[in-house]
Design a protein around this ligand. Structure first.
Ligand code: G1P
Length: 290
C-alpha cells in the first residue's frame, strides 16, 4: 500500500530554545529563510506524501497560518510585481484539503502525540517525521525510505538510523542490528535512551519512520517509559513481535535542530548550499574566524 499520509508532531514546548520559543513555536524557527516545519513538509512532499497531519498544542496556531494563504501579502507582492516571491509562497503550500490539524492536549510524550492522530491516519501505513531533525540529502530521507519500503513487503516498518558516538546513545532511541536485507537491515531490538552499557549498538533512530497502523492500537495501551513519557519506541518494540522492522542507513547529513549547535550548524550547511548566499557567507565566516 502506498504511503500517503505523514504525521508531524509539533506540540512540544521547545524549552531548550527559550526565550526564543516563548511566543514563537520552535518549529517556526528558520533555517536560512524557511521555517523548520517547511523544510520537513518539503521533504515529505518530495516523497509523494499527499496528506499532512499536524499534531499541535496550545500557542501553535501560527503553524496553521503559515500553511495558509496570506491575502494582504499576496496583494502587496502583486502590486509590486514581485512574481518570484509570489511563486515561492504558492509552491510551498500543500493543496487545499491536504492538511489536518489535531491537538495533543497533554504533553505525555511522542508515542501519545502519534496516538492523537489515529483517527485521521485510519488503517493504512503512514510516515512520521520529527521536525526537530533535518536531513540534508540529494534525495530526501523519506523518499529513500519509501524506495526501500517498496521492496520489503506490505507489513514492513522502516526506521531511518545513523551512527552516533557511543557516549551519546542515551540521548536517542537505539536499535539492534540483524541481517542485511537489500538496502535495509533487520532490527533485532529497540531501546529508548539506554545507558551506554545497555545500548545494543550505536545506531540511533533519526526521527523518520514508516509505520503500520497496528502501532496505533499498541500506543493506546502503552504504559509510560523513559522520562515518564509514553514512548513510541516501546510500542514499536511490542509491534516487532508480530511485524518486521527494518533500519535504513540513509544517505545525507542530519541536524538535531532541537539543540543549539545542531540548529546553528543546519543554518550554515543549508546556506552553503544556496548559490545566492554561499559566496558571501564563506567570506563572512572567514572574517569572523580571523
Ligand atoms: C525522539 C525518539 C527517539 C529518537 C529521537 C530523534 O526522542 O523518541 O527514539 O532517537 O526522537 O531525534 P526525543 O528527541 O523526542 O526525546
Amino acid at each position: 500500500m502506498p504511503i500517503r499520509k505523514a504525521v508531524l508532531p509539533v506540540a512540544g514546548l521547545g524549552t531548550r530554545f527559550l526565550p526564543a520559543t516563548k511566543a514563537v513555536p520552535k518549529e517556526m524557527l528558520t533555517v536560512v529563510d524557511r521555517p523548520l516545519i517547511q523544510h520537513v513538509v518539503d521533504e515529505a512532499r518530495e516523497a509523494g506524501i499527499e496528506h499532512f497531519i499536524f499534531v499541535t498544542g496550545r500557542n501553535k496556531g501560527v503553524i496553521e497560518d503559515h500553511f495558509d494563504r496570506q491575502f494582504e501579502l499576496e496583494t502587496t507582492l502583486t502590486e509590486k510585481r514581485r512574481y518570484a516571491d509570489l511563486q515561492i509562497l504558492a509552491s510551498d503550500l500543500p493543496e487545499p484539503g491536504q492538511m489536518s490539524f489535531t491537538r495533543q492536549q497533554t504533553p505525555l510524550g511522542l508515542g501519545h502525540a502519534v496516538w492523537c492522530a489515529r483517527e485521521i491516519i485510519g488503517r493504512e501505513p503512514f510516515a512520521l517525521l520529527l521536525p526537530d531533525v533535518l536531513v540534508q540529502a540529494k534525495r530526501g530521507c523519506l523518499a529513500q525510505m519509501i524506495d526501500a519500503y517498496k521492496s520489503l513487503g506490505d507489513k514492513a516498518n522502516v526506521i531511518a538510523v545513523e551512527e552516533v558516538p557511543r557516549e551519546r546513545v542515551s540521548m536517542y532511541g537505539i536499535v539492534g542490528v540483524g541481517k542485511q536485507n537489500g538496502l535495509a537491515f533487520q532490527i533485532t531490538s529497540m531501546v529508548e535512551k539506554p545507558r551506554v552499557e545497555d545500548a545494543p549498538s550505536n545506531l540511533s533512530i533519526t526521527g523518520r519512520y514508516i509505520l503500520q497502523p497496528e502501532v496505533l492500537d499498541l500506543l493506546g495501551t502503552q504504559t509510560r517509559g523513559a522520562g515518564g513519557e509514553i514512548q513510541l519506541t516501546d510500542a514499536m518494540l511490542r509491534l516487532a513481535q508480530t511485524q518486521p522492522f527494518f533500519g535504513l542507513k540513509f544517505e545525507g547529513k542530519s541536524f538535531d535542530c532541537g539543540s543549539k549547535i545542531g540548529f546553528l550548524s543546519a543554518n550554515i550547511a543549508y546556506a552553503l548550499e544556496r548559490e545566492d548566499i554561499a559566496p558571501s557567507l564563506r567570506d563572512e565566516i572567514r572574517r569572523l574566524l580571523n
